[in-house]
Design a protein around this ligand. Structure first.
Ligand code: HEC
Length: 116
């Protein structure tokens, strides 16, 4: 009888000590917090290149890695400079554009964003 009382006392004391040292329980996020809908407004960007002869090449080849705006927001370039720019995309960055389309695309880019 005495032994069992002592045992219970020890058990209760141990439980009390471990409860006192236990980490505060992490509060799991509620289902409502996980399922809430947020709305963001992204900055406007041009979805496609402006229409014109060669625009389909630009739309299919020049938006694989970046936006149309990356091209149209550049300062105007001469035909030879656009040609060099397109070839830089092909050789330095690996744009998979066929060589035979370079001239038509350079003419298009000069038409939409060229200088004399
Ligand atoms: C394989 C990926 C890839 C493709 C396809 C691609 N570009 Fe780029 N382009 C890049 C990278 C990378 C940059 C540099 C981005 C930076 O500096 O943050 C870049 C930047 C540019 C710039 C900004 C000036 C510069 O030289 O950094 C222009 C203009 C440009 N590209 C034109 C084109 C045109 C025109 C085409 C279509 C033939 C094209 N790109 C296709 C990867 C690509």
């Amino acid at each position: 009888m005495k032994t069992s009382k002592l045992l219970i006392l020890i058990l209760l004391t141990t439980a009390g000590i471990s409860a006192a040292f236990a980490e505060p329980a992490q509060k799991a996020p509620s289902a409502a917090a996980l399922n809430r809908t947020i709305s963001v407004t992204l900055p406007d960007s041009e979805q496609v290149f402006p229409p014109g002869a060669g625009a389909e090449i630009a739309n299919s080849q020049c938006m694989i890695c970046h936006s149309a705006g990356m091209v149209t927001r550049q300062p105007p370039l001469r035909f030879g400079e656009w040609t060099a720019e397109i070839n830089k995309m092909r050789t330095a960055y690996g744009a998979p554009m066929p060589a035979e389309q370079v001239e038509e695309l350079a003419k298009y880019l000069t038409a939409i964003k060229g200088k004399q």
